[in-house]
Ligand binder design. Structure first.
Ligand code: SF4
Length: 465
């Protein structure tokens, strides 16, 4: 398969290099089919359908992505239509031809623990569904780049805050306002530390969808053909002019002022993706938990996916993918905690931060991608065996950096087979590129020596805060 495979004319698609459920793109190890999941959620029935479909039509391997989606690898030539039909039959992908562009719209990023995080300020579940429906139903949104991204943050403790988004909204504390409000920003992330770019304004939750529609239309009205992201537009137009136009179009009055400018988001805690955490819905006799585990390098096979589906079913749980390429089971009863954790452990999913494989990420590498100069997946496993505590590394086969949505504290960029250039940054949000070049052409052992020798501060904090 040298060219992207497009599903039948029943689902017309625009040209794009990005994989989707209906657009299977070629790779070294076969086709890649990307399945977008609303809020990262996958029902047990859907998980079983995917497990069966990848055994029959692909390599039996699924990568969990950093936008909480799934990427099915190794789709066999001639099996594309059958795979697509199996996925559509499991109610994955666009619901009909009229919504084919929904396959290209990014999911709205929320907390994987949305609706159950004990520290959330706002349950974003319904609002996220409305925003996604807007993106998928508004005919004008079909013109957005597939990379145009929205973040809806309910103030959960388990939240990915460092992926830059074209539009981001973050719940404000209810004690400070008469009605639920969201802080708002463009082309960036919610501010956590002093020095992070401040929120631009705040908007009532009841008017968030109307304002977002107006912001999307404003972007589409003003963006030049080569402007695919909000940052491109803001390089030419002032933020104020974009906001003012959206205000006029929507009739929504934004709240501005010192209290919004000085607002900082409570730090999140990415370690809550591991192990068991109490949910908010606690009655003493009905306490429930969310439990997380991370597969090595974000990859699972069909057998693991099948077992996760059965576990979800047995426990009456919900299975969600996370932007850390891990899984979260919600609504687990106290009586089933230990058994669930044991099952995840038995499946090889890390449920604590002790496992060094939880601190490395790697792209497909030379076994799956023709652009890769090294076998990043195998090298990441080797490196993990010698990785010092608190050190997190991204191995990338080329500068495209598919595995990381933002700069990692340490990046190893493949230079040739088995050799890497090592980069470091203290502030992934502020870095351009991969940060400062520390050394060129290192073997895995040389990189491990250097990482161990450096008096590394605890890089986890700024990276996930
Ligand atoms: S980062 Fe480069 S080498 Fe790795 S999967 Fe992406 S395109 Fe391929």
């Amino acid at each position: 398969m040298n060219q992207a495979f497009h599903s039948s004319n029943a689902f017309p698609l625009r040209p794009s290099a990005c994989p989707g459920l209906l657009r299977i793109v070629p790779a070294l190890d076969g086709g890649i089919c990307r399945v977008k999941l609303q809020r990262g959620e996958l029902s047990a029935t859907q998980a079983l359908a995917i497990a069966d479909a990848i055994d029959e039509h692909a390599s039996g391997i699924v990568d969990l992505t950093n936008r909480a989606n799934l990427q099915l690898r190794g789709v066999k030539r001639g099996h594309e239509n059958a795979l697509i039909a199996a996925l559509l039959g499991a109610a994955l992908g666009p619901r009909d031809a009229a919504h084919a562009h929904a396959d290209d719209v990014r999911n709205v990023m929320t907390s994987p623990a949305a609706g159950c995080d004990a520290h959330a300020l706002y349950d974003t579940t319904a609002l996220a569904a409305e925003l996604l429906s807007l993106l998928q139903s508004d005919a004008r949104c079909a013109a957005l780049s597939p990379k145009f991204a929205l973040l809806l943050d309910g103030g959960e403790r388990l939240m990915m805050l460092d992926h830059p988004h074209d539009i981001w909204c973050s719940a404000l504390h209810p004690r400070d306002h008469a009605e639920p409000m969201f802080a708002l920003g463009l082309a960036g992330c919610p501010p956590v530390l002093e020095g992070h770019p401040a929120a631009l304004a705040a908007v009532p939750a009841s008017e968030l969808v109307a304002l977002t529609r107006a912001l999307l239309h404003t972007f589409l009205d003003l963006a030049a053909p080569d402007h695919t992201r909000m940052r491109d537009l803001l390089a030419k137009q002032s933020v104020e002019s974009v906001l003012a136009r959206a205000e006029r179009e929507s009739g929504v009055r934004l709240l501005r002022g010192q209290s919004i400018q000085s607002w900082r988001r409570e730090p999140a805690d990415a370690s809550r993706r591991f192990g068991a955490w109490q949910q908010r819905d606690a009655h003493r006799d009905k306490q429930r938990w969310h439990i997380g585990g991370q597969p090595a390098l974000g990859r699972v096979n069909s057998a693991t996916l099948r077992r996760l589906a059965l576990l979800t079913k047995e426990q009456g749980a919900t299975l969600r993918m996370t932007p850390w390429q891990s899984v979260l089971l919600t609504d687990i009863g106290t009586a089933n905690l230990d058994a669930t954790l044991q099952t995840l452990d038995a499946l090889g999913l890390a449920t604590t931060t002790d496992n060094p494989l939880t601190r490395v990420i790697a792209c497909a590498g030379s076994t799956g991608c023709v652009k890769s100069l090294a076998d990043t997946k195998a090298d990441a496993v080797k490196l993990a065996a010698r990785l010092p505590d608190n050190t997190r590394v991204h191995l990338s086969g080329c500068p495209r950096s598919c595995a990381a949505a933002q700069c990692a504290p340490f990046t190893m960029l493949a230079a040739q087979n088995g050799r890497y250039d090592l980069y470091h940054t203290h502030d992934p949000r502020e870095s351009t590129g991969f940060g400062r070049l520390l050394a060129r052409g290192l073997t895995i052992d040389e990189a491990a020596d250097l990482l161990n020798a450096s008096a590394a501060p605890p890089f986890d904090e700024p990276f996930d805060a």
